[in-house]
Write a protein that binds this ligand. Structure first.
Ligand code: GAL
Length: 685
C-alpha cells in the first residue's frame, strides 16, 4: 500500500496529539534501573520532550527465552510516559535478535561473500531470507502490537532499525535468490540473455545451478548477476519490513508506521521503501568537524522530503555532539546542533529527534553524545537541548506545512548507483555520492530549492533537471528525459550516462546509447584521468581544470560549451549543448573543479529561469517553508562560526522573527545573525 492509499495524511493524528513539532529521541530505559526512569520522565518534561522511540534493542529482554515474554518493565515505562503526556514511537525490536535465536538457530546468522558466518555480539545479525528469523520476528511484533494497541502512550510504530541491505550468501538466501530469479525471468534462457552468460561460458541450464555472486572468484563477477543480487537483497529486507508493518497495522490501522532510513545510504532502494511506509524518517549524522556538514545534511533532508512526495517527514535520530563511528570524533561547536536541527525543519521535517535520550554507561556507544550526557543537567549539551525544546515550541505553527516548491530536480536512482559503482568499469573510482554532492553544493550555496526524482518521474514541473552519472538508463528512463526536454525542459547531464540497460548491458550503437540523440553527441572513447592528472578547461571567459574523467566527444547536432585547453583532447568539447525547440540538453563530459562546476550549474539555473530564495553571504542558508494555512516562513541559518549580516530585499515587508524571545521583534533592514545563529521570519502571506 502506498502512503497515498491511506485515507488521512499519515502524520495528521500525531500532529494533533502533539500540538506541534515532535521533539525527543531514542529512549532505552532497559539500560537503567527503574528509579532512573522517573528522573528521565521529569527531565523530559523539563526539556519539552513529547515523543520518544522505545524498545529498539529490547527483544532479548521482552522475550528472554523462546516464547516466554516479559512485558512488565515495558508496561511500567509506557505507563510513566503516558502519565507525563509523552507519546511513544514503539519499535519492533527485530533488528537485534536475542542470543537464544543465534544459539538455537545459528543458520539465522548471515554468511558473507567469503562464506564466513556473522557472529552474535553486535546487532543486525540476521539473514533476511531466514524463515526461522521471520517467524520469530513476526511473533514478537504480534505480541507487542496486541499488548499496546490500545495504550494511551502509543502514537506510532517504528519497524526494526536501519535496515542495512546486508548481503547474505547462506544456502537459504541462495535458494531464495533462485526463486526470485525464476519469478523475474520465467525461463533460464531469458536469464542467460539478460546476464549475457555467453561471455566466459557462464551459461546456466537450470535456476537450481545459480549461486549468489559470492567468492572466491578468479576474475570479475557477472554484472547482471551482481545487480540482480542487489535487487534481490533489497526485496528480501523489504519483505521483512512489510510483514511486521502488516502485523502492527492490523492492530492499529490509525497509526503511522515508519522505519528509519540512513539518508543517502547505498543499499536499500529507498524509493521503493518509502512507498511501503506511511511516513519517511531519517537518521542524520554529519561529521561534527566537517565544515560542510550542513551541505551533506541539506542534501539528505531534500532527499527525504522527495521520497515522501513533498509531505512532512521526520528526523528520527541525530546527535547532540559526536558519534563514535569515526577514527577521531570531535566535539560539535556550541550552537551548531541548534542550527542543524532548524535546518531539518526548514526543509520539511516535523520533528527533531536524537539518538539518544540518556547517554549509555556501557556498550559500544557509551561515548556517543546524548540529550542527557553522563554529566547530567550541568552540561552545555543539556542547556542547548532545553533551549532547543523551547525553540521548537515557538515554531509550532510550522507543523504540517510544505516547503516552497523546487524548480530544480536532481535525478537520483538507487539501481543506477549500484550499477555505476560495480566492478570492471573504465574507472573504479566512480563515487556517486561525491558526484551528486558536487552538483548539489552550488545549488545549496545559491539558496535554490532542490527536489530529488527518479528518471522516470514526471519532471515537467521542474525548470531544470540535473542528472549526475546516470550510467544505467533503460528505455523508460531515456524516453522520460527525452520527453522532458522536448516539452521545453532544461537538462544538465554529466559523464558516463546512458551507457547500459537495466541488465547492465551496453546500449548498442555507441555511447551514450540511451541519450545520443537527445544530447546530439557521439562518445567513442572514455578517458578516465589518473589521479594526479588534470587538464585546462575553457568555459566562456573562464579557465578551470578538468579532473577524473574525459569523454572523447564528437558533436552531432550539439554545440560545444566548454573545451579542453591542453592535452590530447586540446580544442575538443568538454561540454556541449543541444537545443530542442525551447528545451536544451547540456552535457558535461568531465568532472570540473568546484568553481567551474559552480559556474556551469548556476548558469544552467539562470538560463532555465530558476529563482533563488535570497542572496546571502557564504555559509548562510535561506529556505522557505509555509505553515499549513499558507503563511510563508523564511529560515535564515548561519552555518559559520562568525557573525554575519543578511540583507533582506528592499521591498520586503516587515516580518516577525519567531525565534526571538521577545515576540515583538520585527525585522525590516539588514539582519545580524550571531555565529551559528538563526532567524525564522514570518512574512506577510
Ligand atoms: C544509528 C542507530 C542507533 C545508534 C546511532 C548512533 O545509526 O540507529 O541505534 O547506533 O546510529 O550514531
Amino acid at each position: 500500500m502506498s502512503p497515498g492509499d491511506r485515507a488521512e495524511e499519515p502524520l495528521a493524528g500525531l500532529r494533533q496529539r502533539l500540538g506541534g513539532l515532535a521533539f525527543g529521541g531514542d529512549y532505552n530505559p532497559e539500560q537503567w534501573p527503574p528509579e532512573v526512569w522517573r528522573e528521565d520522565v521529569a527531565l523530559m518534561r523539563e526539556a519539552g520532550v513529547n515523543l520518544v522511540t522505545v524498545g529498539v534493542f529490547s527483544w532479548g529482554l521482552l522475550e528472554p527465552r523462546p516464547g516466554v515474554f516479559e512485558f512488565g518493565w515495558l508496561d511500567e515505562v509506557m505507563g510513566l510516559l503516558a502519565d507525563a503526556g509523552i507519546a511513544v514511537d514503539l519499535a519492533t525490536p527485530t533488528s537485534s535478535p536475542p542470543s537464544w535465536l543465534a544459539h538455537e538457530h545459528p543458520e539465522t546468522l548471515p554468511l558473507d561473500a567469503e562464506g564466513r558466518r556473522f557472529a552474535f555480539g553486535a546487532r543486525q545479525h540476521y539473514c533476511p531470507s531466514s524463515p526461522v528469523y521471520r517467524h520469530h520476528a513476526a511473533r514478537i511484533a504480534e505480541r507487542l502490537a496486541e499488548r499496546y494497541a490500545a495504550h494511551p502512550a502509543l502514537a506510532m510504530w517504528h519497524i526494526g532499525n536501519e535496515y542495512t541491505g546486508l548481503e547474505c550468501h547462506c544456502p537459504v538466501s541462495t535458494a531464495h535468490f533462485r526463486r526470485w530469479l525464476a519469478q523475474r525471468y520465467r525461463t533460464v534462457n531469458a536469464l542467460n540473455d539478460a546476464w549475457g552468460t555467453a561471455f566466459w561460458g557462464q551459461r546456466y541450464d537450470s535456476f537450481g545451478h545459480i549461486g549468489t555472486p559470492g567468492g572466491p572468484l578468479l576474475s570479475g563477477p557477472n554484472p547482471g548477476q551482481r545487480l540482480d543480487f542487489q535487487r534481490f537483497t533489497n526485496d528480501a529486507g523489504l519483505e521483512c519490513f512489510a510483514a511486521e508493518r502488516d502485523i502492527v497495522r492490523r492492530h492499529t490501522p490509525q497509526l503511522p508506521v515508519t522505519t528509519n532510513f540512513m539518508g543517502a545510504f547505498k543499499h536499500p532502494d529507498y524509493w521503493r521503501w518509502a512507498e511501503q511506509e506511511d511516513v519517511v524518517s531519517v537518521d542524520i549524522y554529519p561529521n561534527t568537524w566537517d565544515p560542510e556538514g550542513q551541505v551533506y545534511a541539506a542534501w539528505n533532508f531534500d532527499l527525504m522530503r522527495s521520497l515522501g512526495g513533498g509531505r512532512p517527514w521526520l528526523v528520527m535520530e541525530s546527535a547532540t555532539g559526536p558519534n563514535v563511528q569515526r577514527r577521531r570524533n570531535s566535539a560539535r561547536a556550541p550552537g551548531r546542533m541548534r542550527v542543524l536541527s532548524l535546518q531539518a525543519l526548514a526543509r520539511g521535517a516535523d520533528s527533531v529527534m536524537f539518538f539518544q535520550w540518556r547517554e549509555s554507561r556501557a556498550g559500544a556507544e557509551r561515548f556517543h553524545s546524548a540529550m542527557l550526557p553522563h554529566g547530567g543537567t550541568r552540561t552545555r549539551t543539556w542547556r542547548e537541548i532545553t533551549a532547543l525544546g523551547a525553540d521548537l515550541g515557538r515554531l509550532a505553527e510550522l507543523t504540517g506545512g510544505a516547503c516552497d516548491p523546487a524548480e530544480v530536480a536532481i535525478v537520483f536512482d538507487w539501481e543506477n548507483w549500484w550499477a555505476l559503482e560495480g566492478p570492471n568499469h573504465p574507472s573504479q573510482d566512480l563515487d556517486h555520492k561525491t558526484r551528486v554532492l558536487d552538483h548539489y553544493r552550488p545549488l545549496w550555496g545559491a539558496n535554490i530549492p532542490v527536489d530529488f526524482a527518479r528518471p522516470t518521474d514526471d519532471l515537467t514541473r521542474y525548470r531544470l533537471v540535473v542528472v549526475p552519472n546516470l550510467y544505467l538508463a533503460d528505455h523508460t528512463a531515456a524516453d522520460s528525459l527525452t520527453r522532458y526536454v522536448h516539452a521545453g525542459g532544461h537538462l544538465l547531464m554529466s559523464y558516463f550516462s546512458g551507457i547500459v540497460d537495466q541488465h547492465d548491458r551496453v546500449h548498442p550503437g555507441g555511447h551514450p546509447g540511451a541519450f545520443r540523440e537527445l544530447l546530439g553527441i557521439h562518445i567513442d572513447e572514455f578517458n578516465p584521468l589518473q589521479p594526479d592528472r588534470t587538464h585546462g578547461l575553457r568555459y566562456a571567459d573562464h579557465t578551470g581544470t578538468a579532473t577524473d574523467w574525459q569523454d572523447v566527444i564528437e558533436p552531432d547536432g550539439a554545440e560545444p560549451l566548454a573545451t579542453y585547453a591542453d592535452g590530447d583532447l586540446t580544442g575538443t568539447p568538454a561540454a556541449t549543448r543541444h537545443h530542442h525547440g525551447a528545451g536544451t540538453a547540456t552535457y558535461l563530459g568531465t568532472s570540473p573543479d568546484p568553481d567551474t562546476l559552480r559556474r556551469i550549474v548556476l548558469d544552467a539555473t539562470a538560463a532555465a529561469g530558476v529563482t533563488p530564495v535570497l542572496d546571502t553571504p557564504d555559509g548562510v542558508e535561506a529556505t522557505r517553508r509555509h505553515t499549513p494555512d499558507g503563511t510563508p516562513l523564511l529560515f535564515l541559518l548561519n552555518h559559520t562560526p562568525g557573525e554575519v549580516t543578511v540583507r533582506l530585499p528592499d521591498d520586503a515587508p516587515s516580518a516577525l522573527d519567531l525565534l526571538a524571545t521577545d515576540d515583538t521583534t520585527s525585522t525590516t533592514g539588514p539582519l545580524r545573525l550571531a555565529p551559528y545563529g538563526a532567524a525564522v521570519l514570518r512574512e506577510a502571506p
